[in-house]
Write a protein that binds this ligand. Structure first.
Ligand code: ATP
Ligand code: MG
Length: 201
């Protein structure tokens, strides 16, 4: 095929594609608060949620963040995003459960975090709420799943919520509007690379 023919074919294919995309965009007219889940075993769940925090702040929105499990105290996201005007940032976890090794204390910590989250989920002033690593507290049974689902389902209609963590429970996935599963194809840690500043924390 000659170069001009190839260009003409490409232009026709792109025009057909554009018509389809434009029609899909025109058909999407709803506007409401969304529940997003970022789950899976790959790297990129929390950083995806914090990317949305940056987006929302860029639009002047008010954001609430609750980190339910925190393995370190020196993260770049908290240092930077946590001090931006418009953000309320809470870290409630003491570490991963295999660090603390104290179930009673973990449950009390989970409840403390949930009290803050529940307040945000009842307040329309928070336009985006991030519940980072919430899934673990559900899979370990540290929080009552029905209570959490009920609060999410009855939150203010325009409020967006992002939940992160591995193994999101089915009922949560069911309730969500957008669910992304990050796959673990490769991770540098398994090649012996320690957590890198600016990438892993
Ligand atoms: P990130 O915060 O980088 O987006 P994440 O939220 O997807 O990661 P978590 O399970 O919360 O992943 O783990 C947080 C830390 O563990 C990060 O430092 C991350 O790089 C690292 N990590 C994430 N996934 C893996 C993996 N599959 N193997 C090893 N380390 C991982
Ligand atoms: Mg995470």
């Amino acid at each position: 095929m000659s170069e001009p023919d190839r260009n003409a074919r490409h232009a026709a294919r792109m025009a057909r594609k554009k018509a389809l995309v434009d029609a899909a965009i025109a058909a999407a007219t709803d506007e409401r608060g969304l529940l997003l889940i970022v789950t899976g075993n790959g790297k990129g769940k929390s950083t995806s949620a914090f990317g949305m925090v940056a987006r929302a702040l860029g639009h002047g929105m008010r954001v609430g963040v609750v980190q339910f499990i925190k393995s370190r105290t020196d993260t770049g996201e908290e240092a930077f995003l946590g001090r931006q005007p418009g953000v309320e940032w809470h870290v409630t976890g003491d570490g991963f459960t295999w660090d603390t090794q104290n179930r009673e204390r973990d449950i009390a910590t989970a409840q403390r975090g949930w009290t803050i989250a529940a307040r945000m989920l009842a307040d329309p002033a928070y336009q985006l709420v991030v519940l980072d690593e919430l899934t673990y507290l559900l899979s370990y049974g540290y929080l009552d799943g029905d209570v959490v689902l009920d609060a999410l389902a009855h939150r203010p209609p325009m409020q967006h919520v992002v939940v992160t963590g591995r193994a999101a429970p089915d009922a949560l996935v069911e309730l969500a509007d957008t669910v992304s599963v990050v796959a673990d194809e490769k991770h540098a840690f398994r090649a012996g690379v320690k957590a890198q500043r600016g990438v892993d924390f």
